[in-house]
Design a binder for this molecule. Structure first.
Ligand SMILES: CC(C)(COP(=O)(O)OP(=O)(O)OC[C@H]1O[C@@H](n2cnc3c(N)ncnc32)[C@H](O)[C@@H]1OP(=O)(O)O)[C@@H](O)C(=O)NCCC(=O)NCCS
Length: 149
């Protein structure tokens, strides 16, 4: 159940809320492995769908939808602040991204899941389509997953 004070809304590229997303992603997804989000080229996010979860005005969750050609979109950067996990926030953001993908006429979503997040995505109907591999950008195993919309 989503806590009452948590609100889900889209984030504008380059805004103050967007800057919060850079900080959250840096802290959760990159720093623990000695990397920085500044190593990622995020220019394409001007064209992506960016969704945040806010408690008051503090960003506590984030995820994006990237729109490759054809019938497939990709979910990226799913990040929930550690103290807010297991409250249904990741699920709400993922559902909002899927809804947008469906409304844009996409029939499939793919994503590159961290090993620890695979059970979360399986709960949401995603299936593994690849082997666990350690990508260049972060030293932990990831596997490709997909879901038909
Ligand atoms: C993975 C992540 C996005 C999930 O977000 P969340 O807000 O904690 O997830 P929810 O509360 O919506 O969980 C939904 C369901 O998945 C389960 N779940 C969530 N994370 C899980 C995990 N790591 N392992 C097993 N189950 C998990 C929850 O228990 C819940 O199940 P239920 O409905 O039966 O109670 C979040 O843990 C996170 O940000 N992790 C660190 C960063 C990361 O790994 N991101 C993914 C990159 S691919």
């Amino acid at each position: 159940m989503l806590p009452e004070k948590v609100k889900i809304r889209t984030i504008e590229y380059g805004s103050e809320d967007y800057k919060q997303s850079i900080k959250l992603r840096d802290e959760v997804l990159r720093r623990p492995w000695g990397h920085s989000i500044s190593e990622d080229n995020l220019d394409h996010e001007a064209n992506d769908l960016l969704i945040g979860a806010f408690a008051d005005d503090k960003l506590i969750g984030f995820g994006t939808l990237v729109w490759p050609e054809g019938d497939t979109a990709q979910v990226r950067y799913m990040t929930i602040d550690e103290s807010w996990r297991k409250h249904g926030i990741g699920s709400k953001i993922l559902s909002a991204l899927e809804k947008a993908g469906r409304e844009a006429g996409k029939s499939k979503i793919i994503l590159n899941a961290r090993e620890k997040a695979i059970p979360f995505y399986e709960k949401h109907g995603y299936k593994l389509i690849g082997e666990l591999k350690v990508p260049a950008f972060i030293p932990i195993p990831h596997a490709m997953m997909e879901k038909e919309l």
